[in-house]
Design a protein around this ligand. Structure first.
Ligand code: GLA
Length: 803
């Protein structure tokens, strides 16, 4: 018996114990006991998928189709749920298939909505009607098999519940169990249905190079809105994330929001559709543009995972659920809970002009300000003098590093920092030894032009030999050098994506195989070098998605490091992705847009994610070094809260001239507020900042970074901070501040004071509640700042490991 058929017949038996399960659940609920996250009600033919705060229900209708029923806030009683029934035809033009919210519609019969699966069989038949075959529940995972009504095209629909993050994952495996080839022309991971109705609004992330992750909002009307990439990787232009709310009813703190993200770093597509039956649905998976995936008999194709969730706590809660999910379920296991180091990157300082001596000189200065990871960027390999040559030749340039990389790495290590290196493995310059030797290794259509971008071509990573070559080159580099970190770049998109070595009907597999092979190389390197950490970069934030995040520690957010633009880019980024993975550098001015912002402003912007420095340290004044040292020490004190905590976006740079963000640590003991003024106008005061996520009854020690905080109380209660709020005075252009709140151990009755803190304030000669030293903004010599330095060490990366 074929292995799938064997599995199918075993699965048939599972429904028997499930009947008992349903009965047990009712009683368990009544007793307040824990119930399984996935249950099947055999009488109603319904599956109930539960997270901590949400319920998802679907069932088998009278036609044998899988039909969606409910996705929203947790329902209290299984007894309320009735069997699902398909909706009748509205007219001969509005078929039941179109009217009914199907879980995974094939393109067949009278299906006119965006389908989840479209195939052409070897005999030319293109009709596919999927009905329930069997299912299996294993803890938090449900596999439902659906099958075509006539032939053995099966789809295994996998659902996985993540109870703590309120997320559910959908994934599909298309199995060709027929005796003939089947070409898959559209393979989607699944569809998410909103409750029936009108008036929904879509939020999504768009942009371009140096302007990524800009939040856009628009009403959803009848028809389709397609978000996609046709570029071979995730793209700067659109990101595979969506959020849907009922127009005007959700904001940062309130309202129902359905949101999701696709885990794929290649051509992806999200189709947001409002059907004529007033149903809003989001279909997501591989982009079907130029897609054809031939499945020989016995072969299967798996779609990317499509993770989605629901909250009634607004966009802020939606982001926090995603952040937590990414930190706890998506990021590589060994990185979960580990804090990101403060890094230095040489790119903006030295571009391609890297040498052993030059990098050592930068490293000396970087070590002094508290850098923990020193990364040498582009320019160290092959004949790389600029972007015209060298990609593909991953040997150390003998003129720039006559003794190899070892002396530099040892120097960096002696200074107490880890060493990281930039690579762009998927690319080749025509001006390289690799290209001269293997011109056939790039993706191409024979006899057609090969379009260059940044003077480079894309290696066809889908090919086994190319993939193995890239693995062995990187393997050698890592084996021979103490490299703890790779910045893995990809500086152009696909063009002429031909794979001439394959038969014509298989060449389009390149879109899928390429990405899978990139994933495979990274996974193998990580397995072989367990200490290796990776940053995903594609000319900035061109490869940021849940697929790559399963195999890297962080992403390069944008090549645009101009601090004011960054507020927008970073805000959009946090709608979908955790601050921990968001690399933010402090760089020199004037920057992009010709704008110059003060160093303090640049630091505070960068402190809101994973901190890096990209400045030319040779250009810094002693005052710059002093400020940087203090800011980095401050960051080390707050970084667990920023990286692992909860983010509250208080004021948006899209809407106000003041941006404010607040982070609260997971244990609730620390909170940090950042506020930025863009440009003061008409002497208007800054709005009151109402803090969030604090303990109403707790008392917090208030430490202002400078004199911008108008509240001078040394301690304040959560109730005051959240209801009265804090007032700040920011002046001029690009002024910024930060306030640190630390929970005082014992909640104190109103009217009492904290003697310990008074003492510290007297000792430092400061006003209570400020870190400021007389005549200076933020001084190392004052007692509080000294204390701050001391604590910073204790909150460092090393200590964080294993949490
Ligand atoms: C890309 C990256 C930059 C830098 C350069 C090097 O543009 O985004 O950070 O690494 O490549 O060429």
């Amino acid at each position: 018996m074929h292995r799938w058929n064997a599995l199918f017949s075993t699965i048939g038996i599972v429904s028997f114990p499930i009947v008992f399960l349903a009965i047990r659940v009712g009683t368990a609920r009544a007793r307040g006991a824990e119930v399984p996250p996935i249950r099947y009600l055999s009488e109603q033919k319904l599956w109930i998928l539960e997270t901590q705060r949400t319920t998802y229900v679907m069932g088998i209708n009278e036609q044998g189709e899988l039909q969606h029923f409910y996705w929203g806030r947790k329902l209290a009683r299984d007894e309320d749920l009735a069997a699902v029934h398909s909706r009748p035809e509205h007219a001969s033009f509005d078929s039941p298939e179109t009217m009914t919210s199907l879980e995974y519609p094939g393109w067949g019969g009278r299906q006119y909505n965006e389908p989840c699966l479209k195939v052409t069989r070897a005999d030319g038949v293109r009709d596919l009607v999927l009905k329930y075959a069997s299912h299996e529940i294993r803890g938090a995972t449900l596999d439902v098999y659906v099958k075509d009504i006539m032939v053995d095209v099966f789809v295994k629909l996998s659902y996985r519940v993540f109870p703590h993050s309120d997320l559910i994952r959908k994934e599909a495996e298309i199995q060709n169990r027929t005796q003939q080839a089947v070409t898959v022309e559209s393979a989607q991971s699944g569809v998410w249905h909103m409750p029936s109705g009108d008036g929904y609004r879509l939020s999504y992330l768009t942009g371009r190079w140096a302007g990524e992750t800009q939040l856009v909002r628009e009403p959803i009307h009848q028809g389709k809105k397609v978000l996609e990439s046709r570029r071979g990787n995730t793209s700067h232009q659109l990101n595979p994330w969506f959020a849907i709310d009922e127009q005007g009813q959700a904001d940062e703190e309130h309202g129902r929001v359905w949101f999701g993200a696709l885990a794929w770093s290649g051509n992806w597509k999200l189709t947001v559709e409002q059907t004529p039956a007033r149903q809003v649905r989001v279909v997501g998976g591989y982009n079907d543009f130029d897609f054809a995936y031939l499945l020989k008999p016995g072969e299967a194709l798996t779609t990317p995972a499509f993770d989605a969730g629901f909250t009634d706590g607004g966009f802020g809660a939606a982001s926090r659920l995603l952040h937590r999910f990414e930190r706890q379920e998506i990021l590589p296991e060994r990185s979960r809970g580990r804090l990101r180091p403060v890094l230095y990157n040489s790119w903006e300082a030295t571009t391609f002009n890297v040498t052993e001596e030059g990098q050592k000189a930068l490293a000396d200065k970087a070590a002094k300000i508290g850098i923990e990871l020193f990364v040498m960027d582009d320019g160290w390999f092959g004949e790389r003098q600029d972007d015209r040559a060298g990609l593909g030749d991953w040997y150390v340039n003998p003129k720039k590093f006559p003794r190899g990389l070892k002396p530099l790495i040892e120097h960096v290590n002696r200074l107490g920092m880890d060493f990281g290196l930039w690579v762009e493995p998927e690319m080749v310059n025509p001006h390289s030894a690799l290209y001269r030797q293997h011109p056939d290794w790039v993706m191409n259509f024979p006899g057609r032009p090969r379009s260059e971008a940044r003077h480079q071509l894309v290696l066809n990573m889908a090919r086994e030999d190319v993939k193995e070559h890239i693995f062995s080159v990187l393997d050698r580099l890592l084996a021979e050098n103490e490299i703890r970190f790779l910045k893995w770049d990809m500086n152009r998109h696909f063009s002429e994506p031909g794979w001439p070595e394959l038969p014509a009907d298989e060449q389009k597999k390149i879109w899928v195989k390429y990405v899978r092979n990139v994933y495979e190389v990274i996974d193998r390197l990580r397995a072989k070098y367990p200490a290796l950490e990776i940053e995903s970069c594609s000319g900035g934030g061109g490869r940021v998605d849940l697929g790559i995040l399963q195999r890297v520690e962080q992403v390069w957010t944008s090549d645009n490091t101009e601090a004011f633009d960054r507020l927008r880019i970073q805000e959009g980024f946090t709608f979908a992705y955790a601050p921990k993975v968001m690399m933010d550098w402090v760089t020199d001015v004037p920057n992009l847009n010709g704008r110059s912002t003060p160093l303090k402003f640049r630091f505070l912007v960068a402190l809101q994610g994973s901190l890096g420095i990209g400045s030319n340290l040779h250009h810094w004044s002693p005052a710059d070094f002093e400020l940087a040292t203090e800011m980095i020490a401050y960051y080390k004190r707050i970084r667990r809260t920023v990286q692992e905590g909860k983010l509250y976006r208080l004021l948006s740079p899209r809407e106000a001239s003041i941006t404010a963000n607040q982070y609260v640590s997971e244990d609730g003991k620390q909170s940090v507020l950042f506020a930025f003024l863009h440009s003061q106008q008409f002497l208007y005061p800054a709005p009151t900042l109402y803090l969030r996520g604090l303990d109403d009854k707790a008392v917090y020690r208030v430490k202002a970074l400078d004199d911008r905080l108008l509240e001078k109380q040394e301690t304040l209660s959560g109730s005051y901070l959240m209801n009265h709020g804090l007032n700040i005075s920011l002046r001029g252009d690009f002024d910024a501040t930060s306030v640190l709140l630390e929970k005082v151990d014992q909640a104190m009755p109103a009217g009492t004071s904290a003697p310990g803190l008074d003492a510290v304030a007297r000792h430092s000669g400061n006003r209570p509640g400020t870190l400021e030293c007389p005549g200076r903004e933020f001084g190392t010599h004052c007692a509080l700042a000294g204390e701050l330095e001391g604590r910073a060490v204790g909150n460092g990366v090393g200590e964080a490991g294993g949490h």
